[in-house]
Design a protein. Sequence first.
Length: 134
Amino acid sequence: MTVEKIVPMPDADSKPFWEGCREHQLKFQQCVACGEVRWPPSILCPQCHSQQTKWIEASGRGSIYTFAVYHQPFHPAFKDKLPYVVGVVKLDEGPMLLTNIVGCSPDSLACDMPVRVEWDDITQECSLPKFRPL
């Protein structure tokens, strides 16, 4: 039995984010009125309620806010990746992103550890941002 890869299903709000990922660019909405950089994208700024927004490219750097090590697969598509780390990365620009932490032993991870984005090209149309410790 072949297990299909899980790929994101962009909606109208998140489409620019996923298009950026395909080009290996980490993009987020920024409020034109107050400067708040936000994730997830929306039509309304959660800080000042402005509808004026633009997309910016983030540096791809941040730190681990929290993480969990999976020893049982969440889905059959992840069975061959055990153990794997799911973490929340606080980006230097402010937003937090749920992602995978890669390229190191799970035992070596700690909260506040600096990380940078790297790209996992899972299909020709989809690249996932994952983070590696610096």
